[in-house]
Ligand binder design. Structure first.
Ligand SMILES: Nc1ncnc2c1ncn2[C@@H]1O[C@H](COP(=O)(O)OP(=O)(O)OP(=O)(O)O)[C@@H](O)[C@H]1O
Ligand SMILES: [Mg+2]
Length: 240
């Protein structure tokens, strides 16, 4: 029986009078790579923010469980301590810090110095571009490199669940391929991932399972490989 890492039940989020998420349910099991795809404005980012408790001004209804615990009222800091990490849209690296310093910031909830150093080495192995530039200021990195740094920084917190919001956005095709290579690599290491993407084809090729969101609702869900063959998904999201 698969262990549930995240369970969202009938989540509703309203920004003032606008109902952005209208009652969605989804779950992510240990070791899975699950993708959430859908058009602009479907409510994907809002869903991730609700999961991390970073929507203080909004009306959030429904049930969310992370590692079996109710998440309502948790601050994002306490969620990081509980090994839930999010790489937001637009990345948010510390631009005036070096790569090395950004990675150390990612480990701020940890106290195992030797483990932190070993992890930096490990992720430099996965992201060789970052290793070559360890002393470079993050603000001077290319968009793709900043995305890699944001992911490596999140991984430094030893997440049990990694939430990625549109990691391929704004990147060149070659960089997009590289980012997906890294996502596959991280997933193969057993880290559970919930991936929000507009690049539905690459996301479905990488993921085990998928949810499609449209106008605040989950309209389809299932095995990612089945969705790649689904005529409705092909027409609406794969441009085929
Ligand atoms: N702070 C906010 N105040 C008011 N409305 C908001 C706010 N943030 C998002 N919305 C609205 O909620 C809806 C869902 O937005 P959300 O950012 O979750 O979509 P998304 O699926 O992530 O889209 P994209 O693919 O463009 O990133 C949109 O209609 C958006 O305009
Ligand atoms: Mg979004």
């Amino acid at each position: 029986m698969a262990t549930n890492v995240l369970k969202v039940n009938n989540l509703k989020v309203a920004y003032g009078g606008i109902q952005a998420v209208k009652g969605i349910s989804l779950d992510v099991n240990e070791g899975e790579l699950v993708t959430l795809i859908g058009a602009n404005g479907a409510g994907k980012t809002t869903t991730l923010k609700a999961i991390t408790g970073t929507l203080p001004q909004c009306k959030v209804e429904g049930e969310m469980h992370y590692l079996g615990q109710h998440t309502k009222g948790h601050t994002s800091f306490s969620l990081v301590k509980q090994k839930l990490a999010m790489v937001p849209e637009g990345r948010g690296v510390f631009t005036r810090m070096s790569i090395q310093e950004n990675l150390l910031m990612g480990a701020y909830t940890r106290e195992d110095k030797a483990g932190i150093a070993a992890d930096i080495d490990k992720w430099f192995g996965v992201f060789p571009r970052l290793k070559e530039r360890a002393a470079q200021m993050a603000g001077t990195l290319s968009g793709g490199e900043q995305q890699m740094l944001a992911m490596a920084r999140a991984l430094m917190s030893h997440p049990k669940l990694l939430l990625l919001d549109e990691p391929s956005m704004g990147l060149s095709p070659i960089m997009v391929e590289k980012i997906f290579e890294v996502i596959r690599n991280v997933s193969a290491q057993g880290i559970t991932i919930l991936l929000v993407e507009q690049n539905a084809k690459l996301a479905l090729e990488a993921a085990h399972r998928a949810y499609v969101m449209d106008s605040g609702l989950v309209t389809m869900s299932g095995k990612a490989s089945d969705m790649l063959d689904d005529p409705k998904v092909k027409a609406a999201y794969l441009g085929e």
